[in-house]
Design a binder for this molecule. Structure first.
Ligand SMILES: *Cc1c(COP(=O)(O)O)cnc(C)c1O
Length: 417
């Protein structure tokens, strides 16, 4: 690269990624092939519209690559093209969720989503998000005792509030969501069920988490978290008519219209090419092993933290992440994540259910293993990292942080990105 300043920053970031332990639950390391597709000549092309219905010329190969991505997406999740459609054009997860709401819910109506403070995503109707300004969020959370979703309570709220759409799926919830129960709740009030599987899509693909497809009307997902693709998103939706009398369009058609021309202009075809690559990778037997290893790693990690005397939210995990209550040991989430970063361990601060501290300095941290599992680490390394976290947070000092950092660098060298 001729641009020295950017080249230098890329080099520094590569080194940072190599020399630190990434426990951010929403991050991963993509393959060289995914990066090659992202940096390919598809970046030069405008392609407003959909395959074979574009507003620009020169789309022969763009059409092929977008159709390839769509075919692979349906195949990966075992969906029949008769029953399901997929839109691979959303720029990222947030616009994908906005598109679904825009397609299916009249502005001003109620949508039900997990509250941000309990683990939901901003775009599930939080008031600072446009999804909370255009629609009224009816929040649900978890049970105070079990820290699991209380489906009876979700049903009670839904019956009282009569939302038009219910969102299942979250960003800081470590347990398997019972989609069957969420569907029963949606049916009881005549609401759509949207599953946002952004976090656990890779686990669904690798059969390490139940599929939401038998129950959902639409499924959104980012492609860059456990699915290990480029930063982008997809929307799956049913080829059925919505329950609106005389509706001319299918749910999937309404969603396509909401993405383009509703919310977006030209799709990022280089991202779409990279999605296609990632989807092919996710169909390989090795990916199934990867998904299973993620869950094994997270469980081993959480168990070790518990053994070392830390409180894990809901007492464990079924997924690629868990939440650690640091405040119960007198350390704020911000202080904890800052101290760990000094030692080369990257996490994010996170609210825990019923958090009494403010979101900018909440009571916990979120720990995810998808990225380190990509580096090849197994249960043994997870326990080692748990030990290092315990050492750093067990009495924060410069000496402890330095000591841990030495060990972090050694571990990173053994498992290069
Ligand atoms: C990450 C995430 C999103 C948003 O994705 P962006 O690509 O950051 O816009 C949406 N929903 C959930 C549940 C997420 O975890």
């Amino acid at each position: 690269m001729r641009d020295k300043e950017v080249r230098k920053l890329i080099g520094k970031e590569a080194k940072r990624q190599n020399d630190t332990l990434n426990l951010i639950a929403s991050e991963n390391y993509v393959s060289k092939d995914v990066r090659e597709a992202l940096g390919s000549v598809f970046v030069n092309k405008y392609a407003e519209g959909y395959p074979h219905a574009r507003y620009y010329g020169g789309n022969t190969y763009v059409d092929e690559v977008e159709e390839l991505a769509k075919r692979r997406a349906l195949k990966l999740f075992s969906l029949s093209p008769k029953a399901w459609s997929v839109n691979v054009q959303p720029y990222s997860g947030s616009p994908a969720n906005l598109a679904v709401l825009h397609a299916l819910v009249p502005v001003g109506e109620k949508i039900m989503g997990m509250s941000l403070a309990m683990g939901g995503h901003l775009t599930h109707g939080h008031k600072v998000s446009v999804t909370g300004k255009l629609w009224e969020q009816i929040p649900y959370g978890v049970d105070r005792g079990t820290e699991n979703i209380d489906y009876g309570e979700v049903m009670r709220i839904a019956k009282k509030e009569q939302p038009k759409l219910i969102i299942a799926g979250a960003t800081a919830y470590s347990r398997i969501v019972n989609f069957k129960k969420m569907k029963a709740i949606a049916d009881a009030v005549g609401a759509y069920l949207l599953v946002d599987m952004s976090h656990f899509a890779g686990l669904v693909a690798g059969k390490a988490y139940p599929s939401p497809f038998p129950y959902a009307d639409a499924v959104t997902t980012t492609t860059h978290k456990t699915l290990r693709g480029p930063r982008a998103a997809m929307i799956f939706s049913r080829n059925t008519h919505p329950p609106i009398p005389n509706s001319k369009f299918l749910i999937s058609e309404l969603i396509d219209k909401a993405v383009f021309p509703g919310l977006q202009g030209g799709p990022h075809e280089n991202q779409i090419a990279a999605i296609a690559v990632a989807l092919e990778e996710a169909m390989k037997p090795a990916f199934k092993k990867y998904a299973a290893q993620i869950v094994k790693n997270t469980r081993a990690f959480a168990e070790e933290m518990k053994r070392l005397g830390w409180r894990v939210i809901s007492g464990g995990t079924d997924t690629h992440l868990f939440l650690l209550d640091t405040a119960s040991r007198g350390i704020g989430g911000k202080e904890a994540s800052d101290a760990l970063e000094d030692a080369g361990i990257i996490v994010n601060k996170n609210t825990i259910p019923f958090d009494e501290r403010k979101p900018t300095d909440p009571s916990g941290i979120r720990i995810g293993t998808a990225a380190l599992t990509t580096r090849g680490m197994k249960e043994k390394e997870m326990k080692e990292i748990a030990f290092l976290i315990n050492a750093v947070l067990g009495g924060i000092s410069k000496r402890k942080k330095n000591e841990a950092q030495g060990k972090v660098v050694r571990l990173c060298k053994k498992f290069p990105v």
